[in-house]
Write a protein that binds this ligand. Structure first.
Ligand code: XBP
Length: 263
């Protein structure tokens, strides 16, 4: 694999805990505004996350509801309307500071920028949602920090399909083996893996218990060195209760390379 040249970020669950306190809340507000009695509680929303894409998630749920429109065209139209409304509400929640970045994310991004490790975003969320989140946290010029940004509108097939990662790689102009993807969900890990990109997993609220076999490292979040597999040593001089550094990503990347040579 060699030198680590690119870090490819997933968004929902990795940059921020957007799902429980952002998208889910916005979906429920959209239902309320439309006069629908539907509400997605935290636990049911966790089950719904098996479906990638907010509009697709709505359609999946409607297919199981007796009170949803029976006619496919009407159901599709309602899903589009609710999804657009949800995204506008999500932007308001995020724009009010309702969804903080996860700890350790901004520091690792700064390190990438300072050390010329190029960054990309590979998400199947809508571009407007990403823009709302990163404009709030990184400022209006956030796109300048990323060499490639691929969103839900840019792909035919959402995760776990590898298309979003393949596009990000093409735009980065890098080989997958010189990159690391940071993911939280089984679908995201499968997508990156299918694109041959080594994956680091940061557990998120909804996917804490998920079995994620294909990761080169897996841990509680970028904010903490304790609790990662493989173990994160003190090579960087950082204490166990401090954050994951770019050198840790590089070390996992090298370790995975040496293991794959003997596999
Ligand atoms: C996240 C998703 C999205 C978000 C909601 O995927 O599946 O559907 O939950 O966003 P990823 P939209 O892991 O690729 O970030 O409503 O815009 O789909």
């Amino acid at each position: 694999m060699g030198q680590l040249r690119g870090v490819i970020w997933d968004v929902d669950g990795v940059l921020a805990e957007t799902e429980r306190d952002g998208h889910r809340v916005a979906f429920n507000l959209a239902f309320e505004q439309k006069g629908l009695p539907w509400r997605w509680d935290e636990s049911y929303y966790g089950a719904l996350l098996r479906v990638s894409g907010g509009r697709e998630r709505l359609l999946w749920d409607m297919a199981r509801r007796a009170d949803a429109p029976a006619e496919p065209g009407a159901r599709e139209a309602l899903a589009r309307e609710l999804h657009a409304r949800k995204n506008a509400l999500y932007a308001e929640i995020v724009g009010d500071g309702g969804v903080p970045l996860r700890e350790g994310v901004a520091a690792l991004m700064d390190e990438c920028l300072n050390r010329d490790v190029r960054m990309a975003i590979a998400t199947t969320t809508s571009r407007s949602n990403l823009d709302a989140l990163l404009s709030y946290h990184l400022g209006a010029t956030w796109q300048g920090a990323f060499a490639a940004v691929v969103c839900g509108e840019d792909v035919q097939h959402k995760k776990p399909d590898p298309e979003v990662y393949e596009k990000a790689l093409r735009r980065l102009g890098e080989s997958p083996l010189h990159c690391v993807a940071i993911e939280d969900s089984p679908g995201g890990v499968a997508a990156a893996h299918a694109a041959d990109i080594p994956v680091v997993v940061t557990h998120s609220t909804y996917f804490k218990g998920a079995t994620l076999e294909d990761a080169i490292a897996i841990g509680p979040g970028l904010h903490l060195r304790r609790g990662w597999r493989p173990f994160v040593g003190d090579r960087t001089g950082l204490a166990q209760d401090s954050r994951i550094a770019l050198d840790d990503l590089q070390a996992w990347h090298e370790r995975a390379e040496s293991i794959s040579q003997f596999a």
